[in-house]
Design a protein around this ligand. Structure first.
Ligand SMILES: [Zn+2]
Length: 277
């Protein structure tokens, strides 16, 4: 599932593959109407054909693509990868991989393809590329890569809620870009029990947690820095994480307890009951 690192790599890919390029032709998958909501596939294709891709930004898990349309007016593409989305590059003539929902043919003989087997992603046009007007973007808290992680602000956000610290870390208004994997990984690194509430943590623990989140995201970006994003949930994928999806395996730090999986707010949490007590 995409978190900040995968989306950061997607932004770098899109810049390298398509910045400055003109989109010659747009095709969309009729079975994927839901990813364009509340817009339509037809309007999406019409607006982007002939557009030139100017820049690609990322905030949290959101890709913000600025283009100039046929009449050189700015138009935005907000791209959210949902649970299984990814952008890949192919030559026009290449056989199309499965689950291609959007195909943007570029003027250099390549095509950008948006693949999404489960259709939880979103591709939406943003008038005048005014991304700040999107509620999904306006609600985002600080971005750990662009803004850094201020431990005092993190403490303020996590102490203001009665939700367990793992659940609150997924709140994009507190910190934009952290998801299920990096929440579990950084709480493990910081030796914090995912079930505790923010008010029970000390300032020192918040400083450790802020460093742990930054390190976990940095490692995630480094490990994804290949030609194509791979998700840990995909068949045959390696698991590069210390506790995520490792329930039942011995803790890599204390080597005494097995890693436990619990469910918090309908999401899996992985932790060591001994190291994170
Ligand atoms: Zn342990």
């Amino acid at each position: 599932m995409p978190e900040l690192p995968e989306v950061e790599i997607a932004a770098r890919h899109l810049r390298r593959w398509a910045e400055g390029r003109r989109i010659e032709r747009v095709t969309t998958d009729p079975r994927a109407a839901r990813i364009f909501r509340p817009g339509s596939r037809v309007a999406f294709a019409r607006a982007l054909s002939g557009a030139r891709l100017l820049r690609v930004d990322r905030r949290g898990k959101h890709l913000l693509v600025t283009l100039a349309d046929r009449r050189r007016r700015p138009i935005g593409l907000w791209s959210h990868l949902g649970m299984t989305g990814k952008w890949v590059l192919r030559a026009w003539a290449d056989e199309e991989p499965g689950h291609a929902r959007v195909r943007l043919e570029l003027d250099d003989g390549h095509a950008l393809l948006y693949l999404d087997p489960r259709l939880f992603g979103r591709q939406r046009l943003v008038p005048a590329a005014d991304f700040a007007a999107l509620p999904e973007v306006a609600a985002l808290g600080p971005d750990p890569v662009h803004d850094g992680i201020d431990p005092a602000r993190l403490a303020e956000g996590l102490r203001a809620t009665r939700r367990p610290v793992k659940v609150a870390l997924l709140d994009q208004a507190i910190l934009a870009g952290v998801g299920n994997i990096h929440a579990s990984e950084s709480l493990f690194a910081a030796r914090i029990d995912p079930r505790c509430i923010g008010r029970s943590l000390s300032d020192a623990q918040f400083r450790t947690l802020a460093r742990a989140i930054a390190a976990s995201l940095r490692r995630g970006i480094e490990s994804q820095d290949g030609p194509e994003i791979a998700y840990v949930e995909e068949p045959g994928a390696e698991n590069p994480f210390r506790v995520y999806a490792r329930d039942g395996e011995r803790c890599p730090r204390c080597r005494r307890e097995p890693i436990r999986r619990i469910v918090q707010a309908q999401r899996s949490t992985f932790f060591c009951p001994r190291c994170q007590a």
